[in-house]
Design a protein. Sequence first.
Length: 530
Amino acid sequence: MPRITVDGRSYEVAEGRTLLQALDDLGVLMNGVDLPHYCWHPKLSIDGSCRLCQVEVEGLPKLQIACNTPVKDGMEVRTTTERVRRAREGVMELLLLNHPLDCPICDQAGECKLQDYAFEYGLSHARTREPRRPGRKRVELGPTVVFDEERCILCRRCVRFCREVPGTGELGVASRGDRSTIETFPGQPLDNPYSMNVADICPVGALTTRDFRFKIRVWFLDEVPGLCTGCATGCNVHLGVANNKVYRYVPRRNDAVNDTWICDHGRLSYKAIGADDRLVEPALRQEDGRLCSSSAEQALAEAAARIRQAVADKGPSVVGALASAHATNEDLFTLRRLLEGIGTDIAGLPVVLGESDDLLVSPEKAANATGARALGFGDPHPVLERLRGGGLDVLLVLGHDVLELLEEEPPLAGLASLILLDTHHSPLERWAQVVLPARHAAEKLGTLTNRDGRVQRLQPAVEPGWDARSEGEWLQALGRALELPGFEGTWDPHALSKAMGESVPAFAGVHLDSVGETGQVLRGVAEAGE
Ligand code: SF4
Ligand code: SF4
Ligand code: FES
């Protein structure tokens, strides 16, 4: 492997990479080696247009652009010399010639690379007297993204993204010279399932999403690492949080899962967290048929009494469960233990299916179907058949995905006891005797297993303002109310995750504290891939 020296430090790098790529592979780009760049992006083709990444290479008379200079064994690179600094200042002066001085009213302020580098390399005054080039403002490129022409630095990241990632190619550069501008092709608005990624990769405030623009200043946001739960891919995201509210999802880089992208549907799925239809209190069915709010203790006592009665009358095989592919591995491990404690193995996993593509979007519209299957939850149809045949008296249901499998008049009407744990209101409540409000993934500590068997961590980004608990926490309390052995203590996802690793072979060596920021692959899956 070639060995190169950058600012006196020696690195071993992969053959065939450019300098910026090699530094990015090593994880030192902007993390030890500060090499400003605009047009280069790790997941797009090389453009070489902004000239900001110029460096000195020993033996070459001219400065070279690091994004398009291949590494060579013995190469000596300098990124901090006076000559390099002057080149960066020159590039910044050119870019700022036409850029409006409107950071205070620009929605990108606070996360703008032009603002950052202008602060570091820009002149404090303009040397020109000519007016700045006027440009179009608030141009709707499509239903999701707004363009501000004056702010564009023509790095062409957005153009390359549309051509190379979704392959839709809606954007191009129109006109020449200082009239060049970003345009959509006639009759082809920017409208693809990944369109909003262009706002993430635009290094300036030229592209913003209609959803997020002017909602909040970014410096008020905490960026909490988390996962999108819109489908089985488990894309890594940062949740932008302020005042205990999630304002946005933006992609978090994980080359093993989603590179640096997320789909638009997943990006907007944060809205479910603070939605008006969240379940906010336990509820019990009254004798007059109404479902009325209750205390957690009353609801748990009622659920336990119904299970106890059914087991005493007809045996444990009249108790069954429908798991949820939205629940964490730890929630589902607790469900598994609860069913074992009751003495039944009647359980299934309904999963909603939908559209998919070859890029990120999976057909399974839940984040943890793979984990649920690894924990033994499978085909839900035998449970539904048993229900239809009158063989079940009590059904524990996590979430309402089962509604997709049921016909107009579901077989739930004849069920003596439906105990529902869910995050949002749904028609399933019509048949429930006990309802318990569950936490959304953004409010949970635990792990989810994506479609490739990668176990990834969730941590609470916001705290619900009511007594919502993870499904596992409710089930632990239910086990305690049933006086089952092993359910005495409080619910501890860390301990449960370790116990799961010890008792479920697929999870051996994989738990909440081992998966890190980018996840860890389940044992059987990792071995199959070797
Ligand atoms: S709109 Fe943004 S990403 Fe596109 S060329 Fe202009 S500055 Fe670059
Ligand atoms: S592909 Fe799936 S996991 Fe990724 S952002 Fe979209 S919905 Fe979320
Ligand atoms: S990042 Fe190298 S020329 Fe733009």
